[in-house]
Design a protein around this ligand. Structure first.
Ligand code: SF4
Length: 487
């Protein structure tokens, strides 16, 4: 009997049926059914809480990320970070299995803590949870206290920990919880009456773009403002290839993080990713506290620079003023290629607000705006931005919808381009429109995480990427008569 004869198909799908369905999923009728869907998420534009927590745990000097939970989950976070940054993401897991799920994960946690401390000699460990221990209700506070009492780790060894249940929230919430725990752990007992470091504590928020962190540091250097960037991933996930492997490259110095509680000013950027942290900072940190939007586009970058100038009594440096002028020039030179073009945008709340601001400033239309883990507050903030411009009048906001919803929107009410992360490439291919990869994760292009999107340089980078792509499309699709040297 041949191999073919042994195959017995349960259902037969004819090529005709296949093309009929392929066409049907692009219709209004299908869109209605798709938007009536309730119990299923398809291709969400977010990852789970522990992934954001792991980003934070990597971002402090000598700190080892530690997953209390399943090994498969730990591999998922690590491989996602590997693929985005194309760098190692060394983290450990206590590899809970069936017995841990039944009897609790304390034994796993204790054995793994002892091994991790002895083998990898970290200065601090950041523990966060996957779904399994959250479902069974493992008590991290008690487990860690017991680990100290039993001598698996020294009594005074710093361990920050956060509950990061993935059936709730997204990576930005895990980021927030872990950052809060890191700061609480490091600053405990360090607040000193009358002491002021004179420094700015800058918290860039849940940002996977190493170029943005470098850009913040460059701007602060131009100003001459002494600063501690909290949760700094720039050297961790953008380390030089020089033949030496470093387990803990870069990260915010623990000493600086500890003293940040005595700072002159603490500023968070991207309030949606640092809500709990900022609320705790307001009650516990010395000095002034403020939260600004992530500085995408000219207006938000201006607000960032002006606030720095005001808080530290320094004028905006001439070099940054000149940079602003160049960014405005770049926008003016390029606006004809983007003016009135329609965009579908999706991503994390703070990035979404940035995309919308930038597009409105360029006279483009943010048209379908989608967040797969959004809130009423975010919707209100986006709407306020849209209401501030003529180009926002036709936009629609979709909260808690996924990329399969976005596909229906793009196929039935077309746009010129999409801004998001790699997961949008299927929509981009089906709709035959470009995808601009500015978000997280980016698995299918190189080095984009090194290209800053914030500040004036970020404006130039975004304008250049978007407009040159539209010019490419004109060159690729025009007839011979219109194939010009000048564009
Ligand atoms: S959603 Fe839960 S099970 Fe899935 S990777 Fe995240 S933590 Fe693991």
């Amino acid at each position: 009997m041949s191999a073919d004869a042994a195959v017995k198909y349960v259902t037969e799908i004819t090529p005709e049926d296949e093309s009929r369905v392929a066409e049907w999923i692009n219709t209004e009728e299908y869109k209605e059914k798709n938007f009536a869907r309730q119990a299923l998420v398809i291709n969400p534009a977010h990852t789970c809480q522990p992934l954001g927590a792991e980003l934070v745990a990597h971002s402090f000097e000598g700190t080892l990320p530690f997953v209390h939970g399943s090994q498969g989950c730990a591999s998922y976070y690590r491989s996602t970070l590997n693929r985005h940054f194309r760098e190692p993401a060394p983290a450990v897991s206590d590899a809970m299995t069936e017995d841990g799920a039944v009897f609790g994960g304390q034994n796993n946690l204790h054995e793994a803590l002892e091994n991790a401390y002895a083998l990898y000699k970290p200065k601090m460990i950041g523990i966060f949870t996957s779904c399994m221990p959250e479902v069974i209700g493992d008590d991290l506070t008690a487990f860690i206290k017991n680990a100290r009492q039993k001598g698996f780790i020294p009594q005074d060894f710093p361990v920050a920990y956060a509950n990061t249940p993935s059936f709730n929230g997204s990576h930005i919430h895990g980021y927030d919880s872990m950052l809060l725990s890191m700061l609480q752990t490091l600053t405990e007992g360090k607040r000193m009456e009358g002491r002021c470091t004179g420094k700015l504590n800058l918290i860039p928020g849940c940002d996977f773009n190493t170029g943005n962190y470098r850009e913040y540091k460059r701007i602060l250097k131009e100003f001459g403002i002494p600063a501690t960037v909290l949760a700094d991933i720039s050297d961790v996930f953008d380390s030089p290839l020089d033949g030496t492997y470093r387990l803990y490259p870069g990260g915010t110095k623990l000493e600086d993080a500890a003293d940040s509680i005595n700072g002159k000013v603490t500023m968070t950027l991207g309030k949606f990713a640092t809500t709990r942290t900022f609320s705790w900072i307001k009650d516990n940190y010395a000095g002034e506290h403020l939260s600004l939007p992530t500085p995408f586009g000219i207006e938000k970058s201006d607000a960032f620079m002006m606030k720095l100038a005001e808080l530290f009594g320094k004028p905006v440096p001439e070099s940054l003023k000149a940079e602003r002028g160049r960014a405005v020039d770049a926008m003016t030179d390029a606006h004809q290629y983007i003016h009135n073009k329609k965009f579908a945008v999706y991503g994390d709340p703070d990035y979404l607000l940035g995309y919308v601001s930038f597009l409105l400033e360029m006279g483009a239309q943010p048209y379908h705006i989608l967040c797969s883990k959004g809130s009423k507050k975010l919707e209100k903030d986006i709407q306020a931005l849209l209401d501030s411009s003529l180009y926002g009048k036709d936009a629609k906001i979709y909260m808690n919808k996924d990329l399969w919803h976005l596909r229906s929107l793009v196929m039935t009410d077309p746009v010129d381009a999409i801004i998001g992360d790699t997961h949008g490439k299927f929509i981009s291919r089906d709709a035959k429109i470009p995808l601009f990869r500015f978000g997280f994760p980016i698995f299918d292009r190189v080095n984009l995480h090194r290209s800053p999107l914030i500040g004036y340089q970020g404006v130039i980078n975004m304008v250049t990427t978007i407009c040159n792509k539209f010019i490419d499309i004109t060159d690729d699709t025009c007839d011979d008569r219109h194939f010009e040297m000048m564009r």
